[in-house]
Design a protein around this ligand. Structure first.
Ligand code: MG
Length: 399
């Protein structure tokens, strides 16, 4: 099964579609609820989860009349705010409770907006239960693509990532063997054009000022190191069954073209629009239809020229490391991702410098033994081992 086999109308589309939003208080989660709010006759929110933002959870559960909610942080059991949940709403705690929402019988579509590798369990559960998975949790495909892709049923895996949504829209109606290249566009991040010396001195606050997209903190730091783009190359490799080296990163500062696909005859299809995450979120819910949206329209007559350039992998080493991990495959992307999650968080907390992120990732990758991906348990172990190594590499950086 490849994504190309998966095009076509969703079988027996029910109305309204019943949705679980995992990670409903984050950037993607709140924008997903925005889309749901706009289409009450088409989408019904039946399940919600948060890590610890119980107030946001209660407010969303009341607004949408959710029947099931879960709080990942078990220490919040007994929190007085939760008494305001709607009557009859089922409440559970812990990471397993969040995962359980993904396979509820009254859920059709799972929006996985969890951050990081931990989100893989929910994504895996959703696919195993035959749900449609609209995923923003790219780490789960990067790390577990070898396990997850064979579980995908026709039309049941929809990317929320704007680039992958764009590519998906470009290849609807095409054949896998006709694709020659994928052009993954990249805003360049907040540090575009900086030298290594300048990068050595940037801070998390500088990184969090992203030029074109509004996103959560983890992904914003990943965008500044270009690790986000590296993860997206591996994500595209799994999702669209293309070799790593057929996926090219194209710096496009204006973020109007969300990605392009080049075919064997030299024809290139691109998907364009404003930089509003609600567009790819809505497409993941509406596919194979299109629904009206409030996203700002681009005035193409007034638009500045669109520019393109090559990504600088020498300055932004994380992109080169991710390509290397993608080429090697197996458990190396898992080790790389784990190291990146540790280093990303350390940088956000001011514990290490910007360039230390790639140093830590590189150290962990160098010491990793690469195995074929066989099970989720194996990935859990690899993730844990790689995190421990990343923490050791971090403490060396600190001394
Ligand atoms: Mg993206």
């Amino acid at each position: 099964m490849t994504i190309f086999d998966s095009f076509g109308p969703r079988a027996e589309r029910v109305r309204p579609i019943r949705v679980a939003v995992l990670g409903c208080s984050g950037s993607i989660g709140t924008q997903t609820l925005d889309v749901c709010r706009r289409h009450p006759s088409r989408v019904q929110v039946v399940a919600l989860s948060v890590n610890g933002s119980v107030r946001a959870l209660v407010s969303a559960a009341r607004e949408f009349g959710a029947a099931h909610v879960a709080v990942a942080d078990g220490s919040l059991a007994g929190s007085p705010a939760l008494e305001e949940l709607p009557k009859g709403c089922e409440l559970a705690f812990g990471a397993d409770a969040v995962t359980a929402l993904a396979s509820l019988p009254d859920v059709d579509v799972v929006v996985n907006a969890l951050v990081g590798f931990a989100g893989i369990h929910a994504g895996f559960a959703a696919l195993k239960a035959g749900k449609t998975l609209a995923y923003a949790n790219k780490e789960s495909i990067v790390v577990g693509g070898d396990l997850m892709m064979p579980l995908v049923r026709p039309g049941r895996l929809l990317p929320v990532d704007s680039e992958h949504s764009a590519i998906y829209q470009c290849i609807v109606g095409e054949r896998s063997e006709d694709v020659s290249k994928i052009w993954l566009t990249c805003s360049g991040g907040p540090f575009y054009g900086k030298t290594r010396d300048e990068l050595a001195r940037v801070t998390a606050a500088d990184a969090l000022a992203h030029p074109t997209w509004t996103m959560g903190k983890k992904i914003t730091i990943d965008s500044s190191t270009l690790m986000n783009k590296g993860l997206e190359v591996i994500e595209a490799h799994h999702l669209f069954q293309q070799p790593i080296d057929a996926i090219r990163v194209l710096v496009h500062r204006e973020s109007k073209i969300h990605s392009m696909v080049e075919f064997v005859d030299g024809v290139v299809k691109a998907q364009l629009g404003s930089s509003d995450m609600r567009a790819p979120i809505q497409y993941a819910l509406s596919y194979p239809e299109r629904w009206e949206a409030s996203a700002q329209r681009v005035d193409w007559c007034a638009e500045d020229p669109l520019t393109f350039g090559e990504a600088d992998e020498r300055t932004f080493g994380c992109l080169a490391l991710a390509r290397e991990a993608g080429r090697a495959g197996g458990t190396l992307p898992c080790a790389m991702n784990a190291a990146n999650e540790v280093a990303n968080e350390a940088f956000r907390k001011g514990l290490c410098g910007f360039l230390d992120i790639e140093r830590i990732v590189s150290t962990v990758m160098d010491g990793a033994e690469v195995e074929r991906v066989e099970s989720l348990e194996q990935l859990d172990e690899c993730d844990e081992r790689s995190r421990a190594r990343a923490r050791a590499a971090l403490s060396e950086v600190l001394h």
